[in-house]
Design a protein around this ligand. Sequence first.
Ligand code: GLU
Length: 418
Amino acid sequence: MPMQSVFLQDTLKILKRAVEIGGFDEVVYDYLSRPMRVVAVSIPVKVNGSVKLFEGYRVQHNNALGPFKGGIRFHPEVTLEDDIALATLMTLKNSLAGIPYGGGKGAVRVDPKALKPSELEELSRAYVRAIYMAIGPEVDIPAPDVGTNPQIMAWMVDEYSKITGRNVPAVFTAKPIELWGNPVREYATGFGVVVMAREAWSSLFNGNLSGVRVSVHGFGNTGQWAAYWASKMGAKVVAVADTSGTVYDPNGIDVGKAMEIKNKTGKVINYPGGQRLAPDDALYVNADVLMPSAIENTIRADNVSKVKAKLIVEGANGPTTPEAEEYLTKRGVVIVPDILANAGGVIMSYLEWVENLQWMTWSEEETRSRLENILIGNFKRVLDEYGKIKREGVTMRDAAIVLAVSRVEKAMRLRGWI
Ligand code: GLU
């Protein structure tokens, strides 16, 4: 047996805990603690004139509720086991959101920043050639994740369409607007994170976001748009951070400027004002709300005591380890868990897929209001369940996973799997 990644171990730990809290049969844990199918491929790409083989996967975790659905990650350190953990979270996220999808996730072990655009295009196309027989609009629908973006989706949907000999818009989501995408998808994840922060702040801390200090750790697609919407909804964004460092300004950061600098120079640290701190300092600054929006295992046993926020809204998947969460819960800190907090992205993907299947589009306003309604409904259901379980040490994550598991469990029972 290979060593399990910490991320996979932690994911199984929180799943097991929720299965016990919810009183589900052991067979439900058996199903959800392993993926239904794993496609592992080797992807040849010419880099600087000579062929390099990249390791790629598509993990199809569970499809009791519908086609597998989840992003594709391009990251130099991603492992198959991390990908399994991410796919597991997608099954839970999609179930919780009430959308007709199972969970999946793809990954390629590569540093996309080290490739030329033509090499990145070739890698994206070659990945699709390697996995195309396992995906499809009614089978498995990928989207972006860390290290991938709408341009990559455009290459992928084109490659898939070429292979199958017809236009197939609904096989990938988060595509560019000109290629069957929807304008809301670009900012949907960050928007959802802030909607969750707003809902949680008003129900648990009795206030609106006006003047509330927010720190955003991670400044990719999720972090940038979370900061943008936080500031648009009246909060004061006091810190933003990427791997280059943290920009901290207790008087508030001009988020539009920070996004412009990040997209021009690649580093948020080039922002002209505020103080410059170490990358992880965004986790520890004086803020009311923290939005960890980078990757997994960010808030851990060894650094959790430095976190000062009262509310944590997880933009990333798996940013808080179970040990860190236990510590924070004892301190009265509330965590809006990833499968609830960052579901805006995949819910928007669902809306795009519905548009694509019908070859139609909604306006940006119409789409955003549909998205926001689904998000608010999700939050209310989790809060309600959280209130119902209310036992010492039980978290909002436990409540969210109990709800998510119960929907998958019902579907598996109806299908006769259990
Ligand atoms: N990668 C995103 C996530 O982790 C979105 C997936 C999707 O839109 O399918 O939820």
